[in-house]
Design a protein around this ligand. Structure first.
Ligand code: HEM
Length: 353
């Protein structure tokens, strides 16, 4: 087989364009005749991260495309492909978290040998990392220390991130997908559903019952910290709601989590879990990065000009994308207290004929 780019017979190095990749490390210390052995590691490790970011986005783009299809069915091939590829993204993030350890073999003094030579370049300017956050659902208005973006990113990169924000993110597409779940919309299932005493009859029977059961299960200490007002805002969309995830989507996500043992809900549950795992792994990467930064530069400023570890801590706390999905765990009740689903709906969620 001929290589389409070189026109020659396929050869390992040509196929992988190794001449380009292996000729893309330019330590400043070498050019400036400064002794700094570890600058090569520093460059290669960043390049390895960037290659994996590229792969993650390649998979993520295909997942977004699948979710853009209004007709997506939970048992469709598209859904299987999306979960399979999300699984791959998870494995890559595990690798990226662990990769920090390799860089930690460089000591603070080794880093100081060349640190000034790269200023003001910084991982903050990783355009692929910014795009990745955007595609997952982080908007500029929700970012920590927004002023740094204007100061540090090249204009073309700011524009590309802004452009990416105009396309639906995984967060938005998941919201739409969850909102389309039809469990309680079909009235016939709920006609004879029994409500516990004191349940709010103005709500849908399931939610009236669930609200009552949840409230009754709160422990004395919890009644002060968890208000039913918040429950009504999150799940019923009542006034004062501040969440980004819609009330419809929150109800569906909670329902899927509660009844995940039904065959039809297993795949959606898996998917929700995967998204949470990606968020958790990215937070873990941020955390490992902060620990490494503290060890490497202590409380000094970053090469990009931020406050360093202080900035990174703020970003870690603010940039979690699916935090609201995660926080739904506050509203679970034990299995034995769950309302029994109507027969018609039960068989729809099962493999039974
Ligand atoms: C000696 C090693 C490293 C040090 C001391 C370091 C330090 C820092 C600091 C201080 C910042 C804050 C921005 C600034 O003022 O510069 C930052 C941001 C960042 N760094 Fe590193 N870094 C190191 C290695 C890495 C590696 C290997 C990666 C992998 C891609 C990376 C990715 C990032 C990213 C993505 C940000 C932006 C984080 C955010 O805004 O949430 N860094 N780094």
């Amino acid at each position: 087989m001929k290589n389409s780019y070189t026109g020659k017979e396929q050869y390992y190095g040509d196929y992988l364009a190794l001449d380009k990749i292996l000729d893309a490390q330019f330590p400043e210390s070498e050019a400036q005749n400064v002794e700094a052995h570890d600058e090569m590691l520093f460059i290669i490790i960043h390049q390895a991260y960037e290659l994996w970011f590229k792969q993650i986005m390649h998979d993520l783009d295909s997942i977004l495309e699948i979710f853009m299809n209004d007709e997506i069915d939970d048992n469709s091939a598209g859904m299987q492909i999306a979960t399979h590829r999300l699984g791959r993204v998870i494995e890559i993030w595990k690798l990226l978290v662990n990769q920090v350890r390799v860089l930690e073999t460089m000591t603070p003094m080794d880093f100081l040998d060349f640190r000034d030579l790269l200023t003001p370049a910084s991982g903050f300017q990783s355009f692929q990392f910014r795009l990745l956050e955007t595609k997952l659902g982080l908007k500029m208005e929700h970012r920590f220390a927004q002023k740094y973006y204007q100061q540090q990113l090249r204009e073309e990169h700011i524009q590309a991130v802004e452009k990416a924000e105009t396309n639906p993110s995984l967060f938005e597409l998941l919201d739409q997908w969850l909102s389309r779940m039809p469990f309680w919309i079909v009235d016939k299932y709920w006609a004879n559903f029994e409500l516990p005493e004191g349940a709010d009859e103005s709500l849908h029977p399931f939610w009236g019952a669930y609200r009552k059961i949840y409230q009754a299960g709160l422990q004395a200490g919890e009644r002060e910290s968890i208000s039913m007002k918040a429950f009504d805002q999150i799940f019923m969309g009542m006034d004062g709601r501040e969440m980004r995830l819609s009330a419809n989507a929150c109800r569906a996500a909670l329902f899927i989590t509660l009844y995940r043992e039904y065959p039809l809900l297993q795949q959606p549950y898996r998917l929700l879990n995967m998204v949470l795992e990606i968020d958790e792994l990215m937070a873990t990467f941020r955390y490992r990065h902060i620990i490494m930064v503290r060890r490497m530069i202590g409380m000094r400023a970053g090469t990009g000009g931020s406050s360093g570890a202080g900035y990174l801590k703020g970003a870690m706390e603010k940039h979690q994308i699916f935090a609201e999905l995660n926080s739904l765990a506050t509203y679970l009740v034990p299995r034995q207290k769950l309302p029994k689903l109507p027969k018609g709906l039960e068989s729809k969620l099962s493999f039974r004929l």
